[in-house]
Design a protein around this ligand. Structure first.
Ligand SMILES: [Zn+2]
Ligand SMILES: [Zn+2]
Length: 284
């Protein structure tokens, strides 16, 4: 049975934190260059949010018992969230069950899109030729997913073609993952605030600075300033920046993180390889 934190709070591990495209290179080492992938450990279940290039290291560096089905919760299917999937080790294990959940396609599953993406001439293998057994689940963002003993709440996000936010709760803590969202100017989306209400850890799309956002309106991403407003409105305890711009080097990210901490103490920018226990309260 997968372990979560010592107190049974959700534990997040960030395997990829970047948006848009992977950015390897010497000036991206501190925060990391792989695209979106977050592992979520609960007392009795393990989930993977998104299959960006970060999922490759998740497959290489963690043990997956043969009989453990993998639940992949997709925020949506843009390239930075799916391109790691064919290189995720468990998809090459014969008989491995991989459940793919997708909530932004009006109830349709991710199957048709992934069949189109993973097929010649774009990729040498089709999804059907991979040894793992894929099981696709389409739902409407806003529904609550019931997977084993877990109840995972979801919310629709404002993003081109839509996206899904997720919330994981245990008796000891909670985590919300809200990425690929464009905030509304001047008002909060009440459904997003409700999903994040009182959450221990809020992971949020902070791709742009305010100045960059002005030139990137309509691209479906948000800012640290909007994140702070949402965290305050929802009473979130800890705020974590995610979906970093591929243009933000470590030097830029350090400055952004310092400004974030100054405006909301206890916040941080996600770094690749970082694990966080999402507990109700600090231990001291
Ligand atoms: Zn993205
Ligand atoms: Zn996107």
């Amino acid at each position: 049975m997968p372990a979560s934190g010592p107190a049974g709070a959700p534990e997040l591990t960030f395997w990829g934190v970047r948006g848009s495209r992977p950015v390897p290179g010497p000036d991206m080492l501190l925060y990391g260059g792989n695209t979106a992938c977050i592992e979520v450990r609960l007392p009795e279940g393990r989930y993977v949010v998104d299959a960006g290039t970060g999922i490759v290291n998740l497959g290489r560096r963690t043990l997956w018992p043969d009989d453990e089905p993998i639940h992949l919760l997709m925020t949506h299917l843009h390239h930075d969230h799916v391109t790691g999937l064919p290189f995720f080790g468990p998809v090459h294990h014969k008989g491995r069950e991989i459940h793919v959940w997708c909530g932004n396609l009006g109830g349709a599953s991710a199957e048709a899109a992934l069949l189109a993406l993973l097929a010649p001439p774009l990729f040498p293998l089709t999804l059907e030729q991979m040894p793992a057994r894929f099981i696709f689940h389409g739902f409407h963002a806003g529904e609550t997913l019931r997977i084993g003993p877990d109840r995972i709440r979801t919310v629709a996000l404002d993003h081109p073609s839509g996206a899904t936010g997720y919330r994981f709760d245990t008796s000891a803590g909670s985590a919300a993952i809200i990425t690929d969202i464009e905030h509304r100017s001047g008002v909060q989306d009440p459904a997003v605030v409700a999903l994040c209400e009182g959450v221990s850890t809020l992971v949020y799309d902070m791709m742009f600075d305010e100045a960059e956002y002005g030139a990137s309106r309509g691209w479906g991403h948000s800012t640290a300033e909007a994140a702070v407003r949402l965290a305050d409105a929802a009473g979130a305890r800890q705020l974590v920046g995610f979906h970093h711009s591929p243009n933000h080097t470590d030097a830029i990210m350090r400055g952004r993180e310092a400004r974030l901490v100054a405006s909301r103490p206890g916040s941080r920018m996600a770094r690749e390889g970082m694990s966080l226990l999402c507990a109700n309260q600090h231990d001291g």
